[in-house]
Design a protein around this ligand. Structure first.
Ligand code: AP5
Length: 222
């Protein structure tokens, strides 16, 4: 099962991706995480994209497409994967089609700009695992520490308020057209969910929908 989570920065893609991937045993492919890991390791790619990420702009389609194609050569994607943050431009979506990499469903998480700004400015992350917290909406057990390892949480460079507004503008301009694109693909399951609800509510709706769509035996009433 190949899933795409679409939504603006801070919609909760990373948060929900963790639940879906754990539940359905598929890997999360987050281009944002992959790019940030490259920056942390100071690889040539990391040095090339560091400034772009900090400014909240998009990395070139060519770089991201190559990164994803390489990731899809790994064996853990055999039974499916979840894309989080890719594709986010029409050329990236077309590149997937050309490479014959198909999706089973697309889930769009909608959240108001006002909530997104609150969410991103309060977000804290555990760098090693990608686990995400929020100072108010999803606080760790001990302030500023990861629940599982006790290691320090950090604020992402691009989570400063001015950059958040730039990222939202980029989303509206370059990623929103993907919604029409995917809605118009025959046979592709598409769900739009109101992400302005508590994390647990969103989680339940998403997991139930995927389960109903793909795992319930057709013709058997429960
Ligand atoms: P990326 O890492 O993909 O960032 P993003 O799309 O901006 O998304 P975020 O990670 O900020 O938000 P999210 O939706 O995952 O929200 P989260 O679950 O963390 O990309 C970063 C950068 O990399 C881009 O700007 C670009 O430069 C580059 N890049 C990546 N992919 C690229 C591509 N394909 N092409 C070109 N460039 C690319 O939640 C946010 C906060 O809200 C958390 O604190 C969480 O606890 C909280 N929260 C979540 N859900 C709820 C809820 N329901 N209620 C209350 N709080 C909630």
């Amino acid at each position: 099962m190949n899933i795409l989570l679409l939504g603006p920065p801070g919609a909760g893609k990373g948060t929900q991706a963790k639940y879906i991937c754990e539940y359905f045993h598929i890997p999360q492919i987050s281009t944002g995480e992959m790019l940030r890991a490259a920056v942390r390791s100071q690889s040539p790619l990391g040095l090339e994209v560091k400034n772009i990420l900090e400014k909240g702009e998009l990395v070139s389609d060519q770089i991201v497409i190559e990164l994803v194609k390489k990731r899809l050569e790994e064996t853990d994607v055999e039974h499916g994967f979840l894309f989080d943050g890719f594709p986010r431009t029409l050329p990236q979506a077309h590149a997937l089609v050309e490479a014959e990499i198909f999706l089973d469903c697309v889930i769009e998480i909608q959240v108001s700009d006002e909530s997104l700004i609150k969410r991103l400015s309060g977000r804290r992350v555990h760098l090693a695992s990608g686990r995400t917290y929020h100072t108010e909406f999803h606080p760790p057990k001990v302030a500023e520490k990861d629940d599982l390892t006790g290691e320090a949480l950090v604020q992402r460079e691009d989570d400063k308020e001015a950059t958040i507004r730039d990222r939202l503008a980029v989303y509206h301009r370059q990623t929103l057209p993907l919604i029409e694109f995917y809605r118009n693909i025959p046979g592709l399951s598409f769900l739009t969910i109101d992400g302005d609800q508590p994390i647990e509510e969103v989680r339940k709706i998403l997991l139930d929908w995927i389960f109903e769509k793909f795992f319930k035996h057709p013709g058997i009433e429960s």
